[in-house]
Write a protein that binds this ligand. Structure first.
Ligand SMILES: [Zn+2]
Length: 72
C-alpha cells in the first residue's frame, strides 16, 4: 500500500497517510480541513530510475573507510 505525503493548506501541517484507493478521502489530522495538497508517493515512483550510489564499499586506495569524502 502506498504512503502519500500531504500538506494542509490551512494550517501547513505536513502528514503522511496510507491510502488504498486512487482518490482517498483524506483530511488534515490537525484541523480536519480537506484543503490539502498531495505531494508525492514514497513507493509510487516506479519508472524513475535512481542513480546507484552504493557500489559496495567504495573506498579509495588511501583510505579504508566506506565514507571516502576526506581524501578526495
Ligand atoms: Zn490542517
Amino acid at each position: 500500500m502506498p504512503v502519500y505525503e500531504y500538506k494542509c493548506n490551512d494550517c501547513n501541517e505536513n502528514f503522511e497517510k496510507l491510502v488504498s484507493g486512487a482518490n482517498p478521502d483524506v483530511s488534515c489530522p490537525k484541523c480536519s480541513s480537506k484543503n490539502i495538497t498531495k505531494k508525492f508517493s514514497l513507493f509510487g515512483m516506479s519508472g524513475v530510475e535512481k542513480p546507484v550510489t552504493s557500489a559496495g564499499g567504495s573506498g579509495c586506495s588511501s583510505c579504508t573507510s566506506s565514507k571516502c569524502k576526506s581524501c578526495h
